[in-house]
Ligand binder design. Sequence first.
Ligand SMILES: Cc1cc2nc3c(=O)[nH]c(=O)nc-3n(C[C@H](O)[C@H](O)[C@H](O)COP(=O)(O)OP(=O)(O)OC[C@H]3O[C@@H](n4cnc5c(N)ncnc54)[C@H](O)[C@@H]3O)c2cc1C
Length: 395
Amino acid sequence: MASSQQRLRKAAQGGAGDGFDVVIVGAGLHGGLIALALLDADPTLRLALVERDACPAGNHTWCFHLADVPADVGAWFGRLPVSHWPGYRVAFPGFEREVGLPYGCLSSAALAAALQAAFAAHSGARLLLGCAVQALEAHAVRLSDGRQLRAALVIDARGGGTVGATGYQKFLGLEVELAADSGLDRPLLMDACLPQGPQFRFMYVLPLAPRRLLIEDTAFARTPDLDQPGRRAAIRAYADARGWRIRAVLREESGVLPMPWRAKPAAPTLPLKVGYGGGWFHPATGYSAPCALRLATVLARHWRDPLPALRTEWRRHRRQFRLGLLLNGLAFRAFRPELMWHPFARFYRLPLGTIGRFYRLQSSASDVARLLVGRPPRGFGSAWLPGRHSPEAWR
Ligand SMILES: Cc1cc2nc3c(=O)[nH]c(=O)nc-3n(C[C@H](O)[C@H](O)[C@H](O)COP(=O)(O)OP(=O)(O)OC[C@H]3O[C@@H](n4cnc5c(N)ncnc54)[C@H](O)[C@@H]3O)c2cc1C
């Protein structure tokens, strides 16, 4: 550990002429938030944020519970235009609940605008767009045009990442403008009152404005293929059934997230791998905003010598990550797809504190007991009944 600190200091001094203090590769959720936090903590920082695409931040809507935001987050967070609601609803056959946990979302457009403004305001900072990075080392990155950037700290925030045995969370979302007000005053996080078949399906609805909704058709399945035309049609049918007349589709987003039950992400080393690719996500919810906010806060304080603080974070994260793996294994492997909504309905009957801590990867021992002990949800073991389950059923 001492030697990595020495190497960092030496590289910082050696790179002073034409180099940077920090180079971040990838201006997605993690790279973007970390960049904002670092610039806020040290306005003189020589920071480069390198993004392959022509625009930063991609095409996402990142939601999170407001309690996921660390208490010691910097002032930068308050400047982000986050939409928020006092809670959300969930609905399952025979059970509905208003979950009073404040919830918010950050759009890619909002993060992109915040990044453009922050980089314009800091003379030592460079936002390099349309630059793919080909290779990374602890203190240097090579761009595909042959340029080399040197830095005391290189952060790899390229997303992606490989996982072991996994299921998938597949989404297609349409942001729509309605002909009349939707009547929704808060998100509908999981509406599982849909015909269930060979995959567990639910709708996720965010009321972004009285006449503007993001409706996401979501499925948990064993294969990553996403039937886009079918999902678009299902969203339109769902909107029709709710009496929401779609006047225009403003935007579409889609994605496939691994939900692993076997994975062993490595502890932090240099170059520093953050984000999805570094294992900094919640395996059972697919959210990575809680990790991104935490890492941004830690790195703003400790970027000069990040490994000790990050390894402490990592030990905590690894325990919670394992809980997520276990729950994914149970959900994907013990339940037939059409019965898989039962464990989720059981989860949303738990106390608010347990639900909130689970989302922010801070489950306590008694939360774990609440999650795992007691009468199993209906359908538990149904996937193992002889002759009642074939791999095709999971597609
Ligand atoms: C449809 C959908 C909905 C989601 N909803 C939520 C949610 O509500 N809440 C939540 O917390 N999470 C959500 N997630 C998960 C979340 O989007 C991802 O976990 C998160 O974006 C991962 O952040 P990241 O920074 O690791 O990667 P990304 O956000 O994917 O960023 C990686 C960036 O690196 C860039 N890049 C890649 N390779 C290179 C290269 N060689 N050179 C330069 N740049 C490169 C990419 O272009 C990209 O901009 C959702 C995911 C999807 C697909």
